[in-house]
Write a protein of this length. Structure first.
Length: 400
């Protein structure tokens, strides 16, 4: 073999070796980045319903690129610190939310009776939850006419522009300091004048909160977040401060509230008196008594104090939540599928088809064999630690 051919072979071998080394390095980097990313998600964002950490790895030529978005600055900082400690070099295209193109309008108020919040920015997307009038939310970004928001219970979802009024931090602070009224009727209306015989401005549902700008006759004069003014009957609403001061969540009040929703239809994603799913129902009951539960049954089960897990229903008290689903096995995790609230007399109230009352007594005409057989356990929230919950009397969600 002549020198020329030897040289070609050497170059070829060296090139192949370099290529293989680069590929191995790339694969190693990818594995390291993926492992670190998984650790960060487990630490900071184990539940993607309430925490956003969407980071992607890609290669362009010899460059490693990390792109994506997160609303968790501590998680992103920890992620970068760990990569630096492992000598991983990359182009940083990670966007921290709220997005800069919001121009400071990072707060928002729900401005319709019930806003439907979806899993993607489209009306055809899954309804994941709802927010009632006056609910303050954080705005994280905007795509076309849709806003990615986070509700007070930290749930992430999309709302169309017709359901929200974006505000600057300054305007939001001003709003929180204003007097408010809360609508307490199950359902009703606001009007153009202090009379029910006048034009309707909007429908209303229990839990709606509006700025109070005056009173006239037997009506509150109120201001919507989008500037509409209306009158609400005093018999159907309360001054928010008085409502807050009068709150005394107890067994009787929870049961009484739950029964005002009898017959309300089941609605996947529903959390209002227009329609509720199972956890939306329990969430609404507690909210109207001044306590904000997590959104889903699989989140609610991790709050409160466990009372029973062996069908010893004699231990339960009205207001306890009963959880149903599939228990964990050696190969599968527990699945929490349904939730209801104990009301005493061996009965619980829940949303399944519609809000109704079922029994755990096998001799009762309303015995619910299906849910009896998939019962997991029950938790108590009254007079227990409120970790994971929001108490409106202690946390200024609607008013400072």
């Amino acid at each position: 073999m002549n020198c020329h051919r030897k040289g070609i072979v050497f170059i070829f071998i060296a090139t192949v070796f370099l290529f293989i080394s680069c590929e191995q390095r790339v694969d190693k980097d990818k594995l390291t980045i993926t492992a670190v990313m998984d650790d960060i998600k487990q630490e900071f964002a184990p539940d993607k319903r309430v925490a956003l950490f969407n980071i992607e790895y890609s290669r362009e030529g010899n460059e490693t690129i990390l792109k994506g978005e997160s609303n968790l600055p501590e998680a992103v900082a920890s992620f970068k610190q760990k990569l630096a400690g492992k000598n991983i070099y990359y182009l940083d295209s990670i966007q921290l939310l709220p997005s800069s193109n919001l121009n400071g309008f990072t707060q928002g108020l729900i401005t319709i009776s019930v806003a439907n919040l979806r899993g993607r920015p489209a009306h055809s997307a899954e309804l994941v939850t709802q927010a009632t009038l006056g609910t303050p939310v954080k705005i994280l970004k905007v795509e076309d006419s849709w806003y990615l928001i986070q509700t007070p219970d930290k749930y992430l979802s999309w709302v169309d522009s017709g359901g929200i009024m974006p505000l600057s931090t300054e305007k939001y602070t001003d709003w929180k300091s204003t007097p408010k009224v809360i609508y307490t009727n199950t359902i009703g209306h606001s009007y153009t004048a202090p009379s029910k015989d006048t034009q309707v401005i909007s429908d209303m549902v229990a839990g709606g909160v509006l700025e109070r700008i005056g009173e006239e006759k037997d009506f509150y004069y109120v201001l919507y977040p989008d500037g509409r003014k209306a009158y609400v009957p005093k018999t159907e609403a309360m001054d928010y401060d008085r409502w807050l001061a009068a709150l005394d969540p107890n067994q009787e009040s929870l049961v009484s509230t739950s029964k005002t929703l009898m017959g309300v239809p089941y609605l996947w994603g529903g959390t209002s008196t227009k329609g509720v799913d199972c956890s939306g129902f329990t969430k609404t009951i507690y909210f109207l008594n001044g306590i904000v539960l997590p959104r889903d049954a699989s989140q609610q089960i991790h709050t409160g104090k466990e009372i029973d897990a062996v069908r010893d229903f004699g231990k339960l008290e009205p207001g306890d939540l009963l959880f149903f689903g599939k228990p964990a096995t050696d190969t599968t995790k527990e699945r929490v599928i349904h939730v209801g609230m104990w009301i005493g007399n061996n009965e619980f109230i829940h949303s399944a088809g519609r809000v109704h009352i079922s029994s755990m007594d096998k001799e009762a005409p309303n015995f619910d064999a299906y849910n009896f057989n998939r019962y997991l356990r029950s938790n108590r929230y009254l007079k227990e630690s409120k970790d994971g919950l929001i108490e409106l009397a202690k946390t200024p969600v609607f008013k400072d």
